[in-house]
Design a protein around this ligand. Structure first.
Ligand SMILES: Nc1nc2c(ncn2[C@@H]2O[C@H](COP(=O)(O)OP(=O)(O)OP(=O)(O)O)[C@@H](O)[C@H]2O)c(=O)[nH]1
Ligand SMILES: [Mg+2]
Length: 367
């Protein structure tokens, strides 16, 4: 028998064996389905569409997320004014404001207004203080170019006008950069945008894996070239790929770093610089992610990152459960950079467009 005949006989035997096994397996499944009354799946999976849709539902309202912050600011003012002797002392008001993470500049501004606009009789009425805070907070957010969110989608006030539009995301370790990028990518993909997420955090071994999980969840593409350890190279190649392949948005993740680490801050500047070789005005957004729990430190971080990179917006994360949400006011007063998004939990739907009106109402118990 020739080699050809032998090969043909082997193929026929394989087909018969595989076919028989499949037939027997199918017969077994049918029998089990008949016995159990439902189709048998070896690896039952939740419907991915239902799962992703559900992810877009927020777990809580802003008022619920800000309950601790409200208690820390307006709650303490309310109890101060309910006490007949203490309410005459405006110094106590000042102390509450100072310990509410509003930042020293904001407190000075507020106290200046209290002194100049309210008589001592008016100062002893909580309603007057509340109204003054509302007016001042509204003005502070307006001066920081905070725009009320568009009901259409959460990224309405982030630039998407270029093809590709490049967003770079920076901040200290653990602030929530990667999580925010994952959530943003999911929102963009839901709106039909072609998104590329670049793994610019080449520092931590686990970072690529975490970003991969997020991009799979968001159903967008990740750019994570094997063996490339230079974040600038990743940024350059990602932007070039996005430009060549008609992506709408490319989001660049970066490794967390302290603003005091000069060499690492230089690395971010270099990442920014190399992108301009592909697209002269990239990145179109340079967003800092700040953990609200870091309070006054968030202010310092934002100031330093801003002077190094020229930030275009702030994402304030972990607003759920913090008592330090007042930092949003301090950031806006001192840096005049708009807060664009807030994170209130781990679900995709927990990343929300920042509404100063809703924030002020929640903070000052105005609803
Ligand atoms: N509760 C809450 N947790 C959050 C929020 N955003 C992020 N986290 C959690 O914060 C932790 C750190 O988030 P990451 O996205 O890994 O932070 P990162 O800035 O990328 O960290 P590095 O890459 O180490 O610099 C994770 O456990 C997130 O699930 C939020 O808005 N609320
Ligand atoms: Mg990260």
């Amino acid at each position: 028998m020739g080699q050809l005949e032998l090969a043909i006989i082997l193929v026929i035997i394989s087909v018969v064996v595989v076919g028989s096994i499949t037939y027997i397996q199918n017969q077994k499944n049918k029998k089990r389905e008949q016995q159990q009354g439902c189709p048998v799946k070896f690896h039952p999976q939740p419907d991915p569409v239902v799962q992703v849709e559900d992810e877009f539902q927020s777990t809580k309202t802003l008022k619920e997320a800000l309950a601790q912050t409200e208690k820390n600011l307006f709650g303490r003012l309310k109890s101060l004014f309910s006490n007949e002797t203490a309410r005459k002392n405006i110094d106590e008001v000042e102390e509450i404001l100072y310990t509410s993470d509003l930042g020293p500049q904001t407190v000075q501004r507020l106290m200046g207004k209290v002194e100049s606009e309210l008589s001592s009789k008016e100062q002893s009425n909580i309603g007057n203080i509340q109204a003054l805070l509302k007016t001042e907070f509204t003005d502070i957010f307006a001066q920081a170019h905070v725009v009320e969110p568009d009901s259409k989608h959460i990224f309405a006030h982030l630039r998407t006008d270029q093809k590709p539009t490049v967003w770079m995301v920076v901040g200290v370790n653990g602030a929530g950069k990667t999580t925010t990028i994952g959530k943003l990518a999911a929102h963009l993909a839901k709106e039909g945008k072609k998104v590329l997420v670049a793994a610019g955090d080449t520092f931590r071994a686990a970072a690529g894996g975490q970003l991969k999980v997020w991009t799979e969840r968001a159903q967008v593409e990740i750019f994570s070239p094997e063996g490339v350890t230079d974040p600038s190279a990743v940024a350059f190649d990602a932007v070039a790929k996005a430009k060549a392949q008609d992506y709408d948005v490319v989001i660049i993740d970066t490794a967390g770093r302290l603003h005091t680490q000069a060499n690492l801050m230089d690395e971010l500047k270099k990442m920014k610089r190399v992108m301009t070789k592909v697209i002269p005005d990239a990145p179109h957004e340079t967003l800092i992610v700040l953990d609200a729990n870091s309070g006054q430190n968030a202010l310092i971080q934002a100031r330093e990152f801003h002077s190094a990179l020229g930030l275009t917006g702030v994402v304030l994360t972990k607003m759920d459960g913090t008592a330090k949400g007042g930092v949003a006011v301090g950031l806006s007063q001192e840096l005049k950079i708009p807060i664009r998004l807030i994170g209130m939990g781990e679900k995709i739907g927990d990343l929300r467009a920042f509404s100063s009106q809703e924030f002020i109402a929640s903070l000052l118990d105005l609803e």
